[in-house]
Design a protein around this ligand. Structure first.
Ligand SMILES: Cc1cc2nc3c(=O)[nH]c(=O)nc-3n(C[C@H](O)[C@H](O)[C@H](O)COP(=O)(O)OP(=O)(O)OC[C@H]3O[C@@H](n4cnc5c(N)ncnc54)[C@H](O)[C@@H]3O)c2cc1C
Length: 679
């Protein structure tokens, strides 16, 4: 295999909002020895995903409502499982991160006095959330890209898929029994199909969340995520069981005219979008059909005592978007369960119909909150589409951009994976727990707990970028790692060639393999969890990994070969398949510990409360054991690097409390002068 080499101080992998912000911050700190690689500037979740009103969460900056970094940090910790130091860091730095975006031109709205008015988002006690519309994270990426271009930044190399992180051999660590190692760089496949080995003292992994792990997903199709690369070298992860699921649409784009400015997403086949906010508050008709489109029913009706009770619940879903186990029994998340039952158990298709009113809709019968909202919005109008046009015309035009006319066709929906609150275990500088020189920011970092205020993911990526850049800029250089790097490149090349030869010889079809682990995750590692299903899933996952990996990695003599696009996907499958195996093990450890139902998942328990007499008898909800809010579930791969033998270890750590640093100004100033703020 042809291998090209290069060397840098810092390698950033991923150009979503987090990776772009890290590149910009490092550039502003004169860190010229930085390289950013990514698949493409247009393939991130940040530039492609959004919702009715995509949210950015920060310290309150409006009116007379008092707020403080500590109060905000406490909100981050409410649901449990998150660390206090990271919460304080994300709270304290939210103002700087947010104002940087404002200054770069992201159009966050402010009033005539310069106040950034806010609204309440999920899990938010104050009005700290803000938005610049459905495409907040796209606006952020556009502003960051524009600023990088203004600075004539030429070190963003696109068309690169990282396929292996390079590190020194594993060493027993002083840090109990978890082995550690030092990062050396990464190997990527470039657009010509060549391997590029990049040597780096620091690697900032900004590859987003695990979108490629699920069959039902609202992550844009182009995004798979790459946390598996870090898991493969033994990096510790935390909070992997805590994810967000919710109602989202997925519409095939076959034969549709997609607006040119949407951006060149590779091979986009489906448009996916969260159906939150006004998509629900306009009270669409929920219908289901058989797989072939026949036998249409308003399937939600039998679950409710009357039409208005059903419509009030649909309305609530608008601002209670992610599935929340606390709202499953008689709350708005019950709707998600009914949709899940239709699609995943009965095999039917569910749609939101905006063209016609739900049968028997009578505005006078609606609950006070629903009616008042529609009345105040001037939207007591016939048909959901007329109400949507009145309340949020952008919500209609957004679908039109993809050739989807909500006035004419119903929108297919399901309960989809949307975000992972966990990720790589990092400290308050976003440094990996056990891989020296490896940093994780954005959705790759495991900073959120069981639940997070909506909008905190976007803030996290910006704050992480700032913290990492400051740390790296003030860090002393490493000694020469060249010898270790050369050895690691040789091993990586042998491994990559062996995997590809094994795939060729065994005619492994990457599409079929990907569908297999995606189905497994959506069935056993998503909304519903049970120990027996997880154990079966783990056994199947092990069998699949054995199939994807050769028994041994051996030198293959194919020096001049380049890697095809299909082979890149074969390599990607290896890290994704390993990642799903680690996720499943982490989830099982949480279920076996007796955590119960919390966040966006239901743990099944024969003694738990039944969801509904109309839903499966075994849908019984284990109550949450709140003791577990003070700990985090961690996992890592025990790897040998040279064979396909590996194991997954799990452990529990207490969450770190909110620090109580000395806040006396003179002391902070002295420490700052001495560089302690950057340690
Ligand atoms: C539908 C939807 C709605 C959302 N709404 C909100 C919201 O309202 N508020 C909020 O805070 N969050 C929201 N989120 C979550 C938030 O958008 C993401 O967490 C955030 O954008 C992730 O940013 P990131 O920079 O970490 O990763 P991404 O934007 O996912 O970028 C990852 C980058 O890594 C690159 N990459 C991945 N693998 C490789 C590889 N092997 N080699 C090279 N490059 C690679 C990709 O190409 C991409 O450039 C939403 C998410 C979705 C899906």
């Amino acid at each position: 295999m042809k291998v090209i080499g290069s060397k840098t101080k810092t390698l950033i992998i991923g150009s979503g909002a987090a990776g772009l912000a890290a590149a910009l911050r490092l550039d502003e700190l004169n860190e010229e020895e930085t390289i950013l690689i990514s698949e493409s500037a247009f393939d991130s979740v940040s530039i492609n995903a959004g919702s009715d009103k995509q949210t950015y969460y920060k310290l309150g900056l409006c009116g007379a409502t008092p707020d403080s970094p500590r109060a905000l940090a406490e909100s981050y910790l409410q649901a449990g499982g998150a660390d206090g130091d990271l919460a304080l860091v994300e709270a304290a730095n939210s103002v700087r991160a947010f104002m940087r975006l404002v200054d770069l031109g992201v159009p966050f709205p402010y009033d005539a006095y310069g106040q950034y008015a806010g609204y309440k988002t999920d899990h938010d006690p104050c009005r700290r959330a803000t938005s610049c519309g459905p495409y907040t994270s796209r606006e952020m990426c556009k502003a960051l890209l524009t600023q990088l271009a203004r600075r004539d930044y030429r070190r963003h190399f696109q068309g690169r898929v990282a396929v292996q992180l390079l590190a020194t051999p594993l060493e027993p660590s002083s840090n109990d029994s978890i082995p550690s190692r030092r990062i050396l760089g990464a190997v990527a496949v470039n657009a010509k199909g060549e391997l590029e080995a990049i040597m780096a003292d620091n690697v900032v992994l900004a590859t987003g969340g695990p979108g490629g792990l699920y069959a039902r997903s609202v992550y844009p199709e182009c995004h798979t995520g790459a946390i598996g690369l870090a898991l493969e070298i033994g990096a510790v992860a935390r909070g992997l069981p805590e994810s967000q699921f919710g109602l989202a649409s997925f519409t095939s784009l076959e034969g549709r005219q997609v607006k040119a400015e949407i951006g060149p997403q590779k091979g986009l086949k489906e448009f996916r979008w969260n159906v939150s906010g006004t998509y629900m508050q306009t009270l669409p008709r929920f219908i289901s059909t058989s797989a072939d489109g026949g036998d249409e029913r308003e399937f939600l009706r039998p679950y409710f005592p009357n039409v208005s009770a059903m419509l009030d619940m649909i309305f609530l879903k608008g601002y209670q978007w992610p599935f929340d186990s606390r709202k499953a029994l008689g709350g708005s998340s019950f709707i998600d369960l009914c949709v899940y039952y239709e699609t995943e158990v009965l095999g039917r298709r569910v749609f939101l119909d905006y063209a016609k009113d739900p049968a028997d809709l009578d505005f006078n019968e609606l609950g006070a909150e629903t009616k008042e909202y529609l009345e105040n919005s001037g939207a007591l109008l016939p048909t959901p589409i007329a109400r949507l046009a009145k309340m949020n015309p952008g919500a209609i035009s957004l679908y039109k951009d993809y050739g989807i006319d909500l006035a004419k066709e119903p929108l297919e929906i399901g309960v989809c994976a949307q975000h992972n609150n966990g990720g790589l275990a990092v400290d308050a500088r976003y440094r990996s727990f056990n891989i020296d020189g490896l940093f994780a920011i954005g959705e790759t970092a495991g900073v959120h707990g069981v639940a997070r205020p909506g909008g905190s993911a976007l803030n996290s990526g910006q704050v992480g970028a700032l913290r990492v850049a400051e740390f790296i800029a003030h860090k002393k250089g490493e000694g020469s790692l060249e010898k270790d790097f050369m050895a690691a490149v040789t091993n990586a090349t042998i491994k990559i060639c062996s995997i590809l030869r094994h795939a060729r010889e065994n005619k492994i079809d990457w599409r079929r393999e990907r569908r297999e682990f995606q189905r497994r995750m959506s069935e056993s590692g998503a909304l519903f969890r049970s120990a027996s299903a997880l154990r079966d899933a783990i056994n199947e996952a092990d069998r699949q990994l054995k199939r994807l990996l050769p028994d041994n990695y051996r030198r293959v003599d194919d020096n001049e070969r380049t890697i095809t696009e299909d082979e890149i996907e074969t390599l990607r499958n290896v890290q994704l398949c390993l990642a799903h195996r680690v996720y499943l093990q982490s989830i099982l450890s949480e279920v076996e510990a007796g955590v119960g139902s919390r966040g966006s998942q239901i743990t099944l328990d024969p003694n738990g409360a039944a969801v509904s007499p109309l839903l499966p008898e075994d849908w019984r909800v284990a109550p949450e054991n709140e003791e577990f809010r003070k700990v985090a579930f961690c996992a890592y791969v025990q790897t040998t690097d040279v064979t396909n033998e590996f194991g997954v270890s799990t452990f529990i750590v207490p969450t770190r409390p909110i620090p109580e640093p000395d806040e006396w100004f003179e002391n902070v100033w002295r420490d700052y002068r001495e560089g302690k703020a950057f340690e």
